[in-house]
Write a new protein. Structure first.
Length: 257
């Protein structure tokens, strides 16, 4: 594959191909899917420092929400002064309202490589043998809408994958709302002290950037489902694995903190 992604796609091809052969004696026909899961886990381990930083940033936003509200009350009529004071507050904390976006940005190149890998008939001038692998008879390079119909094995498998992904996204968005109580609008049930269990944060006003970060945390997971609906099956498996990993990271972080 020529172009900027030629080298990383070639490297990913050899890695996934080797993992598939390694897992075949154990996983049989599921080896290729299991190889993509292991590939995704490797990616998440690689960017785990960014993920940890993002979780710390979310915790900082929640912790600093009352202080930001005080600054808003004091400098609400001086927008420039308010922005400077909030920026200084976050700098003192060593974080940023946009820290939670870093893992998402870091994953896009890997997702792009996975997409291109299962959309390319040839890799480095040779036939892409991964396209002949599949999951329950559905090729890993197939799309949801490219199958024989919604009631076929092809259609039902994609519906199952998308349903699992949607459930994981809902849980992830729920945890994100709990982690960022200050960016939830006071009119919503989650913003009340009774619902959130945190009377001091429940009515806090979102800091600049924090509100945008909270909106992204609520919307982006479901955008993932839309992407999976038009992506190859291999990319959908990648997305299911990475969202499940994110969910586990958040739960573990909350327990430890």
């Amino acid at each position: 594959m020529p172009g900027f992604f030629g080298v990383p796609v070639g490297a990913a091809y050899h890695l996934v191909f080797a993992l598939t052969h390694l897992l075949t004696p154990v996983a049989g026909g599921l080896a290729a899917g299991a190889a993509i899961v292991l590939f995704t886990i490797g990616v998440r381990l690689l960017i785990s420092p960014l993920s940890y930083r993002a979780l710390r940033g979310q915790a900082a936003i929640a912790r600093l929400a009352p202080k930001v509200q005080v600054l808003r009350t004091r400098y609400g009529r001086q927008p420039d002064r308010f922005q400077r004071e909030v920026a200084a507050l976050y700098k003192e904390e060593g974080t940023s309202p946009f820290a939670s976006i870093l893992p998402l940005l870091a994953q896009w190149p890997f997702l792009t490589v996975t997409y291109l890998l299962f959309r390319s008939a040839t890799v480095n001038g040779t036939q892409n043998q991964l396209l002949s692998d599949g999951l329950f008879g559905v090729p890993l390079g197939a799309h949801w809408l490219s199958g024989p119909g919604p009631l076929s094995v092809h259609g039902l498998l994609f519906v199952a994958v998308l349903a699992i992904l949607a459930a994981l996204c809902w849980l992830s968005a729920r945890l994100a709302r709990q982690a960022l109580p200050g960016v939830v609008a006071p009119a919503t049930p989650a913003a009340t002290p009774a619902a959130s269990g945190r009377a001091d944060y429940g009515q806090a006003t979102a800091p600049p950037g924090g509100q945008a970060g909270g909106a992204l945390a609520r919307v982006l997971p479901y955008v993932t489902v839309v992407i999976a609906a038009f992506a190859p099956l291999a990319a959908s498996i990648y997305l299911v694995t990475t969202v499940a990993w994110t969910l586990a990271e958040r739960r573990l972080f909350r327990r430890r903190t």
